[in-house]
Design a protein. Structure first.
Length: 816
């Protein structure tokens, strides 16, 4: 789109005056951010209204992505890029005496998610709008998003993420579209005048869900879809009766109890919290969203629900929103008077479920008394779903009680959300080819046998607009020059870049761009960590949530071994390396937090040891989040994707590295398998156990880490160093738990359940190859270019088009 710079400038001044009563000369950068955002929002609003109008008039089918997490990051720069006006705005700001990048940096991340699952939801919204597809997001407007991580004395310390403290120019509150949500109370049967019986909830706690809408701006088109996030508000703010009884403080406190529901994001990545408040959050946003969807449907199509599944698709992002299934049933049965079979048919056709994890402990289940106490009517409906399902099962497998027990939606005193999701959906998908196969053949084998037609794969992707066009501007420019600009909306165009590996000028420019990006990251590290890192060294990066299955510890043990080698032989000729980590640990995940302490301890020792002449450096980048990720990927040479094979469902960080020209060192896990398929095994460093080998070792229980320890002196030494005070001279016991979990197993787990020691030697060998390969910088750059050129598959545009065609049946719609 085109903007008139003069007009835009005046608009910024106007917003500044309206919002802060200020003129340019005394405005802060943060205030300028607010004013610029509001000025840009004026342009967005017209398209937003037109988009809604077009969808309504053309009666198109719309998809709704229900997700407890949306890890959006910053909005300003992303929206300006998609509107093609970022340069204009930067220039306008310049004329006003402000630096665009500094203004951009004042925007807090909308960090309403933990990691990959939440970021996927954000990439999907970008792709939907950019492909002109009618698809929207529904979630929770957490008052506090993902905690801010500070490293104090080497330990992670969590601080609240008060992302709304300066307001939110990118949200529009729609108080008039608020919805009532009911918790607790009793279910009674009432007889209506026509003689029909109907269930009614009485004595329930009523909470108001207030929607805040964020515009999702499509790339270079008129489409603006909606991310609707719900905030909990107390009905009146205070209890009038208590107020009249002179109980002022008590009366006012009701507000804060109610608003607890949307107060904070649970910081558990791929694992349930098991907390009642979490279930309350889930039902809160799901009930509001489903009621909203039905309300919108009725506005257009009245009370005839026969077309509901032709107009509405709901995608359940993991099990968190799965109460949508009984909630939709409740509305159809209790409010709209549909019979069970009709309601069930529509519900299963409208709902689809995405599974995100193979970790058994991550499958959500709720104790019956908690679930039925909070959601009594929903529980009744789940009981009936289960009763009918078990009857169906008994017909198919008569007498197979073991199977019935395994597959019961309600069993062992629990309500099993994944089972409910599979029964109540027409589609069940995994997020990478290997992951879907593991679901079908192992984790969900029973279910695949019963419903083979439901299972399908949708390999994850990332949006190239944010992760390349916006964050790696110089590489984007080179691509535009050499292969045209279509890659921004059709990533398979990148393939055309491959032929330039033989063009010396292009290879040199590619290398220079990577180098400049590394210089910038080195500056960031100097400013934030006060560590000098050499941009000529190999930037070897592992950024992702801290989890044992992701095996940051394997990376650390290899660094410790490398350091030992250098200590023994200071003249050892290794290519200089900078090992960069970024990771948040769940606040209650003690062992993960201990790994962060270990990384910082080895960093402290290695970075300050003059004897190794700066050949290796270790950096822990604090508070890893989307806006920092955008600075890291473009500056990376090596992408660490080293999870225990079979454990990482897909990974998406791996894809962001690839399209920014980093080479993968990884196991054949998740989407790494497909990345290597596309890039060629010779352009990656693959090592370690395969998923089927891990499975076999698990089955036969035949693995003993002491075998590895005893046959590998280098490994023995680094394991011993965990507890001999090398990295914790004041208290050699600090890392004892890590040692014990590797060598003995703790809390009922087997020793080294993630096969760190088993994969150590082959990882170290792959690492050695990296050092050797990097010596030929031209050859390395060619491999990096081949990775970029073959990254086309990993656009979330491809993923979303598959969801649209194969699950949702929604169509691109030109906004009028
Ligand atoms: C992409 C991304 C992730 C997911 O990374 P994985 O390596 O796939 O686990 C997590 N956090 C942020 C901030 C991201 O941008």
């Amino acid at each position: 789109m085109n903007i008139n710079r003069g007009e835009f400038k005046e608009n910024i001044k106007l917003k500044l005056k309206e919002q802060f009563g200020k003129t340019i000369s005394c405005a802060t950068k943060q205030e300028i951010f607010d004013a610029v955002s509001r000025a840009a929002m004026d342009y967005v609003l017209d398209n937003w209204l037109d988009t809604k109008k077009t969808y309504a008039e053309e009666e198109v089918k719309q998809a709704y992505y229900l997700s407890a997490e949306f890890l959006m990051g910053r909005a300003l720069s992303n929206n300006l890029v998609n509107m093609l006006i970022e340069e204009d705005v930067a220039e306008v700001l310049n004329e006003l005496g402000f630096n665009y990048n500094e203004v951009e940096d004042t925007e807090p991340d909308a960090g309403l998610g933990n990691g990959g699952l939440g970021r996927l939801a954000a990439c999907f919204l970008d792709s939907l709008a950019s492909l002109k597809l009618p698809g929207h997001g529904y979630g929770i407007r957490y008052r506090y998003g993902m905690f801010e991580q500070k490293i104090i004395d080497g330990y992670q310390v969590e601080f609240p993420d008060n992302w709304l403290k300066n307001g939110d120019p990118w949200s529009v509150k729609r108080k008039d579209e608020s919805i009532e949500i009911k918790f607790g109370g009793k279910v009674t049967l009432v007889r209506e005048e026509n003689g029909r019986e109907r269930f009614k909830r009485v004595d329930a706690e009523v909470i108001t869900a207030v929607p805040y809408d964020m515009p999702i701006v499509g790339y270079n088109n008129k489409t603006v879809n909606t991310l609707r996030l719900w905030e909990a508000e107390a009905e009146d703010g205070f209890d009038l009766q208590l107020f009249n009884d002179q109980e002022y403080i008590k009366a006012m406190s009701k507000e804060s109890i109610t608003e607890d529901i949307s107060r904070v994001l649970y910081p558990n990545d791929s694992g349930p919290s098991g907390k009642a408040l979490r279930l309350k959050q889930q039902y809160f946003f799901v009930s509001a969203s489903v009621q909203d969807i039905v309300r919108n449907y009725k506005k257009k199509y009245g009370n005839d629900f026969s077309k509901f599944a032709e107009k509405v698709a709901m995608q359940l992002n993991d099990t968190h929103p799965v109460v949508a299934i009984p909630e939709l049933m409740r509305i159809f049965l209790d409010w709209e008077g549909l019979n069970w079979d009709t309601a069930w048919d529509i519900t299963t056709k409208a709902c689809a479920y995405t599974n995100h994890t193979i970790l058994a402990e991550a499958l959500e289940k709720w104790p019956i008394d908690l679930f039925s106490g909070l959601l009594p009517r929903i529980y009744q409906i789940v009981e009936e779903i289960n009763r009918r399902f078990l009857a169906e099962l008994n017909e198919k497998y008569p007498g197979d009680w073991a199977r019935t027990h395994r597959m019961g939606i309600i069993a062992d005193g629990m309500v099993k959300m994944a089972w409910l999701a599979i029964v109540g959906s027409h589609s069940v998908n995994g997020v990478a080819a290997l992951h879907t196969e593991i679901l079908k053949n192992q984790e969900l084998k029973d279910w695949y046998e019963l419903y083979p037609e439901k299972f399908n794969n949708k390999t994850n992707g990332v949006t190239q607009r944010r992760w390349l066009l916006k964050s790696n501007k110089e590489l984007a420019k080179l691509l535009n020059e050499k292969i045209g600009t279509d890659w921004a909306i059709n990533l398979s165009e990148l393939k055309k870049f491959e032929k330039f590996i033989d063009d010396e000028e292009v290879v040199n420019r590619f290398m220079k761009i990577k180098y400049e990006n590394k210089v910038k990251l080195a500056e960031y590290i100097k400013e934030h960590n006060n560590i000098d890192v050499d941009p000529n060294s190999i930037f070897d990066v592992q950024v992702k949530r801290l989890h044992e299955y992701k095996r940051q510890l394997l990376d650390v043990l290899n660094i410790m071994a490398l350091y030992n080698r250098l200590k023994e032989n200071p003249d050892l000729d290794i290519y200089p390396r900078t090992f960069i980590f970024g990771a948040k640990a769940a606040s209650g995940y003690r062992r993960a937090k201990l790994v962060i302490k270990l990384i910082n301890s080895i960093a402290n020792k290695i970075n300050n040891d003059q004897s190794i002449k700066g050949k290796i450096k270790v950096v822990f980048i604090e508070n890893y989040r989307v806006s920092v990720a955008e600075k890291i990927f473009p500056a990376s040479d090596v992408s660490e994707q080293i999870s225990t094979a079979g454990k990482e469902a897909s990974g998406t960080g791996n894809m962001k590295f690839m399209i920014n020209g980093a080479l993968t060192i990884g196991t054949l896990d998740g989407a790494n398998v497909e990345i290597v398929e596309e890039a060629g095994e010779e352009n990656a460093f693959i090592f370690g156990l395969k998923a089927d080998e891990v499975l076999e070792l698990n089955k036969t229980n035949s693995y003993n880490p002491w075998d590895e320890y005893n046959r590998n002196l280098e490994l023995k030494k680094v394991i011993d160093q965990l507890v001999d005070g090398t990295y914790s001279p004041d208290n050699r016991e600090i890392f004892r738990e890590l040692y014990d979990s590797l060598m003995y197993g703790v809390e009922g787990n087997r020793p080294d359940q993630y096969y760190v020691l088993r994969d150590f030697a082959s990882y170290a060998e792959a690492q050695r190859k990296i050092g050797a390969t990097y010596r030929d910088k031209i050859d390395w750059a060619k491999k990096a270019m081949i990775n970029v050129a073959n990254g086309g598959k990993f656009s979330s545009d491809r993923t979303i088009q598959q969801y649209a065609d194969e699950i949702w049946e929604i169509k691109a719609t030109e906004v009028k």
